[in-house]
Each structure stands twice: as structure tokens, then as C-alpha cells.
Write a protein that binds this ligand. Sequence first.
Ligand SMILES: Cc1cc2nc3c(=O)[nH]c(=O)nc-3n(C[C@H](O)[C@H](O)[C@H](O)COP(=O)(O)OP(=O)(O)OC[C@H]3O[C@@H](n4cnc5c(N)ncnc54)[C@H](O)[C@@H]3O)c2cc1C
Length: 274
Amino acid sequence: MVTTFHRPKDAAEALSLLAGAADRLAMAGGTQLLSSESRSLGFSAVAVSAILPGGIDRLATGLSIGAAATFQQLVDYPSLPGALRKAALGMVDRNIRNRATVGGNLGADKSCSSLIPILLALDASLELLDGRTLGLQEWLGLPPGPMGRGTISRILAPLHEGTKAGYARWSRVSCDIAVLGAALAFRLEGGLVKGLRLVLGGVSAHSRRFPAIEALFEGRILPEGDAIEAAVAPLLSPIDDVRGSAQFKRSRISSLVAEAFLEASEVTAMEAAK
Ligand SMILES: Cc1cc2nc3c(=O)[nH]c(=O)nc-3n(C[C@H](O)[C@H](O)[C@H](O)COP(=O)(O)OP(=O)(O)OC[C@H]3O[C@@H](n4cnc5c(N)ncnc54)[C@H](O)[C@@H]3O)c2cc1C
């Protein structure tokens, strides 16, 4: 429940408001903060969408995404990497996509987050409102909230020539939050997998990398789908949550990893969504 609502006129006022009291939270689209999930949370809202950048730009080095960009803006951006577009399209429906922001998605840090897996796989970094620049992984390791992680201003996703990226998700119906998600990115050098980053959502309390699985494929020829599934399955013990049982998740997750690998091996992250 929102107890007080602040509408700062610029970044300096937003930073001072957010630092002023422990119960103040940055509010962007409000799809998480105003949902029934947050009903028991009494907080003072600091509206940040109007003072954060919202544009999306394709730079020579990758993609720059303003934290206030909505999911629908991301989906509509013409030269978005296919795996990122697919992840953004997984967000429920157009109404929510029109309000939910990229910064808010990272701030919500849900186990089944739509964007954290693919942005972590692409090794995204963040520019914060207070001037700091941090890797997404480093930022997620800080305590949540404006006093710990701070407010994201811009997301930078590097897109190196030849990087391959894939994303696969499982949800009950197509317009529903993911029960499980798998995202990965790697290069193929002389037919061998290099620099693999694999991130799974819905398996643990927060989306995270799985170094033991990455090590299985690093420096090797990518196996066939069945062999990928067989290699990955013993290394995963998913959690139970409201979206799916551990038993069900165990039966699906390794095939999603194989699907993400196969999708990635066909397209590079530089290729735009068709
Ligand atoms: C019906 C429904 C379906 C949903 N489906 C999905 C789904 O499929 N996938 C998914 O991932 N989520 C889903 N969500 C959760 C939520 O809507 C998303 O995570 C959304 O992206 C949050 O963005 P927002 O702009 O609305 O954030 P808000 O609700 O405004 O904020 C969410 C959190 O992020 C923090 N925050 C906001 N902006 C920033 C910023 N710039 N920097 C740092 N922290 C910030 C806030 O303080 C808060 O803790 C769903 C929610 C609803 C109600």
C-alpha cells in the first residue's frame, strides 16, 4: 500500500527523496508494487519513470536500454536480438507490457523474471542514477532497495559479433508468467563453445548463472539435444513455488536448456528478430 506519493522533478530530487527514509521505494510502472503481491507492504512511492531515460538505441558495441523503457517498447524495437525479444514477449499481455519497465523488472528480481536471465547471459551492465556503473550480476548481489542496489538509469547489453544467444521458457499458457526460463549466450570458435553464460529462472529463489553446467560445455563441441538434456539433468534440483512443483520443474528444465542451446546455435545475438 502506498502511504505517500512523491513526484520528483529531476534525478537530484529523486536521489535525495530515496535516501531520505528507509520506507521509500522507486516506483516505475507500478505493476509489481501496486499488485496484490505487494499489498501488505506499506511504502512511500517515489515516481521515477518521468526522470529516467526511456529510449532504446543500437550502439556499435551493443544495445542501450533506458530503465524507463516499457516491455512493449522493447518488443517493438526493430533490431532487437531475437532472444531478448522473445523474453520480453513472455510478459503476460500487452496491458502489462505497456506499463512494466525494464528497470522495474530488474528491481523486482523475481525467480521467474522475464529479462534477468537473458540480460545476465548477455553480460549486461547498468548505469545507476547516482552515477555508478556496475555489472548486472554485481548489482543483483547487493542488498535490494534504493539504499543498497540503487536506482537503475540505463542498461547496456553488449552484442559482440558472432555471439550466439538463446532463450526458452515454460508457462502454463502463452500469456502467463514463466514457471521456468533458460537463457544462454556463447561464441563458437572453430566449432567449440567459448565464453558460455547460462542463466536459469524458476529453479532457485532468484534467476542465476549455473557455472557447473557452463563447465560441461565450455571448450567442447555442442552435443545433440538429447545429450545436452542427459548431461544437465543430474545437476539441477529446482525449488517448489506457487508456479510449479520441484518434481514438475525437474522434468522440464533440462529440455529447456537444450532448446535454448539449439535456438542459439542457429542465430547470433546480433541478428534482429524477424
Ligand atoms: C499480472 C502480472 C503479470 C506479471 N508477469 C510477469 C512476467 O511475466 N515476468 C516478470 O518478470 N514479471 C512479471 N510481473 C511482475 C512485474 O510486473 C514485472 O517484474 C515488471 O517488469 C515490474 O516493472 P514495473 O516498472 O512495473 O516495476 P514497479 O512495480 O514500479 O517496481 C518493481 C520493483 O522494482 C523497483 N524499481 C523500479 N524501478 C527501478 C529502477 N529504475 N531501478 C531499480 N529498481 C527499480 C521498485 O522499487 C520495486 O521494488 C507480473 C506482474 C503482474 C501484476
